[in-house]
Design a protein around this ligand. Structure first.
Ligand SMILES: Nc1nc2c(ncn2[C@@H]2O[C@H](COP(=O)(O)OP(=O)(O)OP(=O)(O)O)[C@@H](O)[C@H]2O)c(=O)[nH]1
Ligand SMILES: [Mg+2]
Length: 222
C-alpha cells in the first residue's frame, strides 16, 4: 500500500475546460489559495526544483503538492518526506491535466487551509500547454541537456508560461547550450517573461525564483 493518497482522475469534456478553469480560479480566490502549474518535459527537474522551493518557503506559507503522473507514486512520496502535504494524481494514461481533473485534485488535497498548492503536471512539452488547469500562474522548466532551441520548437509552452526556469546549469559545460540564445528565443515567444537560471540540485539561483513566487502568492491571497 502507498504511503500517500492516490486519486484516479476523470477527464473533462474539452469544450467545457475554459469555463471549468475560470470556476477553479474563483474557488481558489475564495479560499485564498494560490495554484501554480509546473510544467516541463520528463526529467527536466520539476520534483527536484519543488524540493528546493519547499525548503525556502515552507516556514512562511502552508504548502500542498499535487503530483500528476500516468502511473507510480515516486514523486509524491519524495515530496511527502519533506513534511508538506502531498498527493499523487493518476491521469488514466493522459499526458496532461485539464481543469476538471485539477479541481478533483484540489478537493482531495483539501485546499482551504493551504496558501500555495503546486501542481506538478505530467512531463510533456506539448499537451499540458494546451489545457488551462485553472492555475493562477504557470511556470515551465527547460533543462540544459534539452537544448537552447526548445522555445523555437514548442512555442505554446513558452507562451502560456508566466515564468521560465532554466535548470541544470551545473552541467552547462558538457552541453552546447547557449544561454543568451535561449533567453532571446524565450523573449521572442513571450516578451517580458522572467527567466531564472538555476541548479535545482544545489539550490543555486532558486532564491530568485522563490522571490517571484512569494510576490505572486501575496498578490493573490492578499
Ligand atoms: N545535474 C543536475 N541534475 C538534476 C538537476 N535537477 C534535477 N536533476 C536530476 O534530473 C533527474 C530528473 O529530475 P526530476 O526532478 O525527477 O525531474 P522531473 O521533471 O520531476 O521528472 P518527471 O516527473 O519524471 O517528469 C534526476 O536524476 C535529478 O537528480 C540539476 O539541477 N542538476
Ligand atoms: Mg517529477
Amino acid at each position: 500500500m502507498s504511503k500517500v493518497e492516490i486519486v484516479d482522475l476523470k477527464a473533462n469534456v474539452l469544450e467545457e475546460n475554459d469555463v471549468a478553469a475560470d470556476k477553479t480560479r474563483e474557488h481558489l480566490k475564495n479560499s485564498k489559495t494560490f495554484l501554480l502549474n509546473l510544467m516541463s518535459s520528463p526529467g527536466a527537474g520539476k520534483t527536484t526544483t519543488l524540493l528546493s522551493i519547499i525548503k525556502l518557503l515552507k516556514d512562511e506559507m502552508k504548502i500542498g503538492i499535487m503530483e500528476a503522473d500516468i502511473d507510480s507514486d515516486v514523486d509524491a512520496v519524495k515530496i511527502a518526506e519533506t513534511g508538506v502535504r502531498s498527493i499523487q494524481l493518476h491521469t488514466g494514461g493522459m499526458c496532461h491535466l485539464d481543469a476538471g481533473m485539477t479541481e478533483q485534485g484540489l478537493a482531495s488535497i483539501g485546499m482551504d487551509d493551504l496558501d500555495l498548492v503546486v501542481l506538478e503536471n505530467v512531463g510533456n512539452l506539448v499537451c499540458p500547454a494546451e489545457f488551462d488547469t485553472g492555475s493562477v500562474k504557470n511556470t515551465m522548466i527547460l533543462s540544459i541537456p534539452e537544448g537552447d532551441d526548445k522555445p523555437l520548437k514548442y512555442p505554446l509552452m513558452f507562451q502560456v508560461a508566466d515564468a521560465v526556469i532554466i535548470n541544470k546549469i551545473d552541467v552547462a559545460e558538457y552541453f552546447d547550450f547557449d544561454m543568451d540564445k535561449a533567453k532571446a528565443a524565450i523573449e521572442k515567444r513571450h516578451p517580458g517573461i522572467p527567466v531564472f537560471p538555476i541548479c535545482a540540485k544545489t539550490g543555486e539561483g532558486v532564491e530568485a525564483y522563490a522571490d517571484w513566487l512569494r510576490k505572486e502568492v501575496k498578490e493573490w491571497i492578499g
